[in-house]
Design a binder for this molecule. Structure first.
Ligand SMILES: Cc1cc2nc3c(=O)[nH]c(=O)nc-3n(C[C@H](O)[C@H](O)[C@H](O)COP(=O)(O)O)c2cc1C
Length: 231
């Protein structure tokens, strides 16, 4: 089993500490291969808005080479953990930039089958509040990338050392682990299935030469196959 952790700021403090607690709890269940990436040092790039990923392929993104090693671990994991401190009631700029770079893999474009067989976890910490907004931003990406399930954990920095926080982390890790074990048997959310059907109609009316259309064609999704089913 493989779990990839994407940290969004280089500070090894509050958010890092909660994520490490979560990682430790997960490691109690079985030997898990963990991969960790730090966006602030490995991927400090803004999306330039060139649209190259959508129109000409992800390889033409100006940051493709830097994104690739992170994506390899993202797409080969059974579980992906995204963490972020709350900055002005939302994710850090680094995390938002990273998520923007994944837009071409949303269900509306060229979703990756691997994501339909992965479980997501959003973790955030704050001084006073804003974890739910922050987690929602990361969870929305999990949802539209096609993740089978996703969960969240938000902790105030004043609560990090408290026993109730440890218990919350234990409970969240158990849920995340159990879902990873059973993910192939779990149905995707109804909304994701509906959204896929709506996008199928849109793609069918798109230019035959568009990358998205060719991609959906190559997967058989325009003829009734589904990305969340082993065929
Ligand atoms: C630019 C910036 C904006 C912040 N905005 C908020 C906020 O909106 N709400 C809040 O409760 N804490 C806010 N904080 C505090 C951090 O979310 C909090 O200290 C967090 O635990 C820091 O995580 P870290 O130690 O992993 O960096 C902000 C901190 C910074 C640097």
């Amino acid at each position: 089993m493989k779990v990839t952790i994407i940290h969004s700021n280089g500070r090894k403090e509050n958010t890092w500490e909660i994520t490490q607690m979560f990682r430790y709890q997960l490691s109690k269940y079985q030997k898990i291969e963990f991969k960790e990436h730090d966006l602030s040092s490995e991927f400090p790039y803004f999306c330039t808005g060139c649209h190259n990923c959508f129109l000409h392929g992800e390889q033409t993104c100006p940051h493709f080479q830097k994104l690739q090693p992170i994506l390899e671990d993202f797409l080969s994991a059974d579980g992906v953990i995204l963490d972020s401190p709350v900055y002005c009631m939302d994710v850090s700029g680094q995390m938002k930039s990273f998520l923007d770079h994944l837009g071409y893999m949303w269900i509306a474009h060229r979703p990756r089958i691997a994501n339909f067989f992965a479980v997501g976890m959003a973790i955030s910490t704050a001084s006073n509040g804003g974890c739910s907004y922050t987690n929602k931003t990361m969870e929305r990406s999990f949802e539209y990338l096609g993740f089978r399930r996703w969960y969240h954990l938000g902790v105030l920095k004043s609560e990090i050392e408290e026993e109730k926080t440890r218990k919350r982390v234990v409970k969240a890790a158990k849920k995340f682990y159990q879902t990873m074990l059973n993910k192939d048997e779990i149905h995707p959310h109804l909304y994701q299935q509906l959204f896929f059907q709506i996008m199928k109609k849109k793609i069918l009316s798109a230019d035959q030469l568009s990358l998205d259309r060719q991609y959906w064609d190559s997967k058989g999704w325009l003829e009734g196959m589904k990305p969340w089913k082993y065929e």
